[in-house]
Design a protein around this ligand. Structure first.
Ligand code: MRU
Length: 352
């Protein structure tokens, strides 16, 4: 994987008495520091404050948080242990509402424990640790496959626009939207990436540009408001973003501003692709209308990174995500293949 040069986003270190080590993404790009998480509360806060962020990475963090929450459980009785497990899962589920990978990973941890019927509590704890590590490793492998399925969309001389950070930092490794770029780069293709800065928390400026530059990929940063002019100038051949949740009909939720980019892309006849693993699909959600959208604190706009840049009490509108209707999406790149056109039939054909 020579294309991607970013250190692991998060990993479990040691045995059952070990800890979760994660890059503190709030410190990037000026400092590369790691958080050591030894209890579920630290994981909850890391998710809430975006030390770990990006839908798949949030799922991995939550799964590892479950292990931290149950490993010190003292009893031997299975039913009481499962009650404790459910409590830990319910708690972690309150950290952020939009990325379905969080709930998917928690459900997978519960299903793992439920399936271990004739097993001691100590053994279930060990198996849950293995399951969390498997979720991490499988995510890295899915991202690699997304890259392989999506790389052919990026041609020599292309300009590719992305929004937010759906790279290695947003996943176990390698990324979703950035994975096709890493693979195309490995294959020797020459192209240029344009990264929206992504207000208000600047995941594009702080994270996407940082990780693509580490890999040596030609990357240009732009203000979100410049995306339309850039498309108008003819420099964008393709848009690829990630997603936090994909409804059964193909509507997608992603970082605030994605919808605007998709509308602009359609206006300029530029294909708009979404890259996501199957863990991002929510088949219980018939359309994007029902996807819960996180609202962020107004001070993230008024006092971005500690600097007051607006009247201190001005009301702010700050949804963290928006929904792009399926009609704006040319295709969805998954680890199982490319869904194009995005129809319910094609989604089931590729994923099920
Ligand atoms: O608020 P964030 O930084 O967690 O938002 C992240 C995004 O919107 C990503 O595009 C999405 O989670 C996909 S990550 C592979």
């Amino acid at each position: 994987m020579s294309g991607c040069r970013v250190p692991k986003t998060l990993e479990w270190v040691g045995g059952l008495d070990g800890f979760v080590s994660m890059i503190d993404q709030t410190k990037l790009p000026t400092e590369l520091v790691y958080l050591e998480c030894r209890d579920p509360e630290t994981i909850w806060h890391a998710i809430k404050r975006l030390s770990v962020r990006g839908a798949p990475a949030i799922g991995v963090a939550a799964a590892m948080g479950v292990v931290l929450g149950i490993r010190d459980y003292a009893g031997n009785e299975r039913t009481a242990f499962l009650t404790k497990l459910n409590e830990v899962c319910d708690y972690l589920a309150t950290s952020r509402p939009t990325a379905v990978n969080l709930f998917w990973a928690l459900q997978r941890m519960k299903t793992c424990a439920d399936g271990l019927t004739d097993t001691s509590v100590d053994e279930i704890k060990e198996q849950l640790r293995n399951e969390a590590i498997a979720i991490r490793d499988e995510d890295a492998a899915m991202c690699r496959r997304i890259g392989e399925h999506g790389q052919s969309l990026i041609g020599d001389g292309h300009g590719v626009l992305t929004h937010c950070n759906a790279g290695s930092l947003a996943t176990a490794e390698f990324g979703t939207a950035l994975a096709p770029m890493y693979v195309a780069f490995e294959m020797g293709r020459k192209f240029k990436v344009f990264a929206d800065e992504t207000r208000p928390l600047l995941q594009g400026a702080r994270l996407t540009v940082w990780e693509l530059s580490q890999a040596g990929i030609d990357t240009t940063l732009l203000c979100d408001g410049a995306a339309g002019a850039l498309m108008q100038s003819g420099q964008v051949n393709l848009v690829i973003t990630g997603s936090d949740r994909i409804a059964a009909n193909g509507d997608i939720a992603n970082k605030i501003g994605t919808y605007g980019v998709a509308v602009l892309a359609k206006h300029h006849n530029i294909p708009f692709y979404v890259a996501a693993p199957s863990s991002t699909f929510d088949f219980d959600m018939s359309s994007g209308d029902g996807i819960p959208i996180e609202q962020r604190d107004a001070d993230e706009i008024r006092r971005g990174f500690g600097h007051l840049i607006a009247p201190p009490d001005i009301p702010c509108y700050s949804p963290a995500f928006d929904v792009t209707p399926v009609g704006f999406i040319r295709g969805i790149i998954t680890e199982k293949g490319l869904i194009e056109p995005v129809t319910t039939d094609k989604i089931s054909q590729v994923l099920r």
